[in-house]
Design a protein around this ligand. Structure first.
Ligand SMILES: [Zn+2]
Length: 469
């Protein structure tokens, strides 16, 4: 019956979605102002959602033009549906204009179809259809719309400074069935602080070392520049042998007396570094076999003692596992050294509920002090978790099963979704197991089947949560 309901709205859903997709709602700080806090595009997309809501008779509420909500229902508790209308830049290589939606027999192609404009319109229509059915609401509903999800979440930060936190909610910004837990996500730097006096005559002086640019990626390239005073050929031979032994790609060349060594690794997302190859840590491993100057020696020794071949925090004394959320993971995403400033490792550590991050940092801090290193803590996001047996989660899962017959269990991830902005929130769709994931890629599209099926699932779920209960 839910699918038939949605059928009556197919044309309207597509029209409203195409209108939203036509707005180039990419963050543009060069045009930011109080009127357009993250640029004119995201603001225009937010206003567009207000316009269709007002056309359909819903109240809207704006929060500083960076976020806002569409309101429906009545009752004590609020169900929050957290969406966003900003998109990542189009990038190169599209077969059509990314901001002129192309409708084919079974799909719509444009930037934002999957992330997150399609799911936003699907969730909106679930509410609209129920409203048209004149249901007797038992909860209030806030469709909360952000405009800065793809960058800094300034939208939700500002929104929840003043606005009501929903009692429960979901973000239609990931996958079905339900993502009910997300690890804590932290970044910190391990910084060499005591630069020691050099010993008399090191054979090799490490002048600089660079690898990686982002905390949350495994670096796939590393470069070291070494001043070699003698035995240049031996070092090059040893390096070739090292590459072969470790099945790595790399190169050596001599550039006006300086030996330049590079290693290529394999870049993967930092949430699971064990499936990548960290070019930087491998190159440091090789450098540790040379009789380097003192500072460089303590830099490379640090890498071997605490970081090399240790993707689960083992060597930092941070190994931790829960059956529900898995392991602590540690990615060394950025590695830098120069012979005047010393060295620095940028770490992205992700941890399950139950891991005491502060205590682990305290302990590690005192351990590495003797090695001449200190810790500078960056961003810390605590784990986000809703029990999968919670009736709320079970209702969402049951709805999904009713309509798909897919018995996949709710699961947890190492990444972060928009749902973590809610106190009690989960990610719920709108990707199905057979959807092609082209989020943030060229030729992003949503099939009409996916769009309508998601709408139908949201419709039944919201009915169960806000009308039946
Ligand atoms: Zn998104």
């Amino acid at each position: 019956m839910w699918k038939e309901k949605v059928q009556q709205y197919e044309d309207q859903i597509i029209n409203d979605l195409k209108g939203l997709l036509s707005i180039e709602s990419v963050r543009d700080d060069s045009k930011a102002s109080t009127e357009t806090p993250v640029g004119p595009g995201p603001r225009e997309a937010l206003d567009y959602m207000y316009e269709i809501a007002q056309r359909d008779g819903f109240a809207t509420y704006d929060v500083d033009h960076i976020a806002g909500r569409i309101e429906a229902g009545k009752g004590e508790d609020v169900l929050g549906i957290l969406c966003h209308v900003d998109v990542v830049p189009a990038g190169e290589g599209w077969d059509s204009d990314p901001f002129e939606p192309v409708e084919t027999d079974n799909a719509i192609i444009a930037r934002g179809t999957l992330d997150d404009k399609g799911p936003t319109i699907a969730a909106y229509y679930a509410i609209k259809i129920l409203e048209d059915m004149k249901v007797d609401w038992k909860k209030r509903i806030h469709i909360i719309i952000g405009t800065d999800e793809e960058s800094d979440w300034k939208c939700t930060e500002r929104y929840f400074q003043t606005e009501e936190m929903p009692a429960l909610g979901f973000a239609p910004d990931a996958e079905f069935p339900v993502i009910h837990g997300e690890k804590g996500i932290t970044t910190f730097d391990l910084v060499q602080h005591s630069i020691v006096d050099d010993k008399d005559e090191p054979d090799y002086e490490l002048q600089s070392f660079t690898s990686g640019e982002r905390y949350n990626m495994v670096p796939d390239h590393a470069e070291a520049r070494v001043l070699v005073k003698e035995n240049m050929t031996d070092v090059i031979q040893d390096f070739e042998y090292f590459l072969e032994q470790n099945q790595l790609q790399g190169e050596s060349l001599v550039d006006s007396g300086i030996l330049v060594l590079t290693v290529e690794g394999k870049a993967v997302h930092g949430m699971d570094p064990s499936i990548g190859v960290n070019a930087g840590l491998h190159l440091l491993k090789f450098l540790s076999s040379l009789n380097l100057d003192n500072n460089a020696q303590s830099f490379v020794a640090f890498s071997n003692r605490y970081l090399y071949d240790s993707n689960f925090g083992e060597k930092m004394g941070m190994k931790f596992h829960t059956d529900v959320m898995g392991d602590v993971t540690t990615n060394i995403g950025i590695i830098n050294y120069d012979n005047e400033q010393g060295g620095r490792f940028g770490v992205n550590l992700r941890y399950p509920e139950g891991f005491d991050f502060d205590k682990a940092m305290e302990r590690f801090k005192s351990e590495i002090d003797h090695d001449g290193f200190k810790i500078e803590i960056g961003k810390v996001q605590v784990p986000h978790y809703v029990d999968k047996n919670d009736p709320f989660v079970q209702t969402l899962v049951q709805t999904y099963r009713n309509q798909t017959n897919d018995m996949t269990e709710p699961y947890t991830i190492g990444g972060g979704t928009y749902a973590r902005n809610l106190d009690k929130g989960v990610a719920f769709g709108a990707m199905f197991s057979d959807s092609e994931d082209l989020m943030h890629q060229k030729n992003e599209y949503i099939t009409k089947k996916q769009l309508f099926n998601a709408t139908s699932i949201y419709l039944e779920a919201i009915y169960a949560l806000c009308v039946e209960e």
